[in-house]
Design a binder for this molecule. Structure first.
Ligand code: HEC
Ligand SMILES: [Cu+2]
Length: 333
């Protein structure tokens, strides 16, 4: 029964046993090759071990012969077997690694998306061509399906790792350094992703929601966010409070600059909130984005995600936080 329980871990949005892209599929076969080869080696050793229990006449051997036999075992089992198994695995694994490199494509260029790891959330950037704005969002990665995408990775603080189990990976995200990994999704779908390098207390609460869309839907999603923000109306009090308490860490595109009260006592960056109302979760997967969820998050985030880098807002007042929450929920492109 406990084994059956473990098996349920083999399906679902984060399963490497259910690959949905070329890189993950290649890794899936490397996994089976490793499993197969280690099973063969283990079974062979087990058989040999059983063999030693066999009762039989011990032939008379000279010490020299004994030594020669022993040497044969050491060379065969200790050197030859590992070398052959490791080379076999290398032959399997090398093309898999190569498939995730951003090599030139026969035609066109791969879509490029930048991902920055933060304690404990994901910043996602879609660089604009000349003159265009960058589109910046958080904790939700939207990508085109059916084509290679180059993810350019880095970190703002400590080492994180980018891993979308059903598409492939993983790759470290190192502060001050850029690495690129190429992944593709076979078809539109939703995939789970998770930071794969321990990065502090809330490492487990660093989930990323990945959506692969048809090319046209992806373009539409991006264009909506790329166009200049419309002037905001209403929610005057909420926006004023946001300028005072929140805008030093959080960006909202089109937010009037005169409302921003700069607070220079910290260097923490928070997620860009420009399209927060359209995102599926809050706090990197801690809460689903239901009605009222933002206000709830603002009041309880240090209980929901203890130690996260956003200070508590006790001094702001529940009513104001509710106002801000309602305004943020309306922020959709
Ligand atoms: C000192 C910087 C800082 C201040 C000030 C701050 N935040 Fe944050 N905020 C953060 C950080 C860091 C996170 C990410 C927490 C996490 O998920 O680990 C965050 C997360 C959030 C999220 C969730 C975003 C998401 O994508 O899930 C919302 C919404 C939010 N803040 C709103 C606010 C509001 C409203 C205020 C003002 C009342 C505020 N923040 C003040 C740093 C700050
Ligand atoms: Cu981590």
């Amino acid at each position: 029964m406990p084994l059956l329980g473990l098996l349920t871990g083999c399906s679902g949005e984060m399963s490497i046993m259910d690959p949905s892209g070329p890189a993950a599929r290649a890794q899936f076969w490397v996994w089976w090759a490793m499993f197969g080869i280690s099973a063969v080696v283990a079974l062979t050793l087990f058989a040999l071990w059983l063999f030693t229990f066999r009762r039989r006449e011990q032939p008379q051997r000279t010490p020299r012969e004994e030594q020669r036999i022993m040497l044969r075992w050491v060379l065969g089992g200790g050197v030859l077997l590992p070398v052959v198994s490791i080379i076999a695995l290398l032959v399997f694994a090398a093309p898999t690694g190569r498939g995730m490199l951003p090599l030139p494509l026969p035609e066109g260029e791969a879509e490029r998306i930048e991902v920055v790891g933060h304690q404990w959330w994901w910043e996602i950037r879609y660089p604009g061509e000349e003159g265009e704005r960058d589109v910046v969002t958080a904790n939700r990665l939207v990508m085109p399906a059916g084509e290679p995408v180059d993810f350019r990775l880095t970190s703002a603080d400590v080492i994180h790792a980018f891993w979308i189990p059903r598409l492939g990976g993983k790759r470290d995200m190192v502060p001050g350094r850029y690495t690129t990994i190429r992944l593709a999704a076979d078809a539109p779908g939703v995939f789970g992703a998770q930071c794969a390098e321990y990065c502090g207390a809330q490492h487990t609460h660093m989930l990323l929601h990945v959506e692969a869309l048809e090319r046209d839907d992806f373009e539409a999603w991006l264009t909506e966010r790329r166009s200049p923000p419309e002037p905001q109306e209403g929610f005057d009090q909420a926006r004023e409070a946001f300028g005072e308490h929140c805008a030093a860490c959080h960006t909202v595109d089109g937010f009037p600059e005169e409302l921003i009260v700069e607070d220079v006592t910290h260097d923490i960056q928070g997620p860009n909130l420009s399209d927060i109302g359209s995102r599926p979760t809050l706090g990197a997967g801690v809460l689903p984005m239901d009605e009222g969820a933002i206000a709830y998050w603002l009041q309880h985030h240090q209980t929901l995600k203890p130690g996260n880098r956003m200070p508590p807002h006790n001094h702001v007042g529940a009513e104001t936080l509710q106002d801000i929450g309602a305004w943020l929920e309306a922020l959709e492109p």
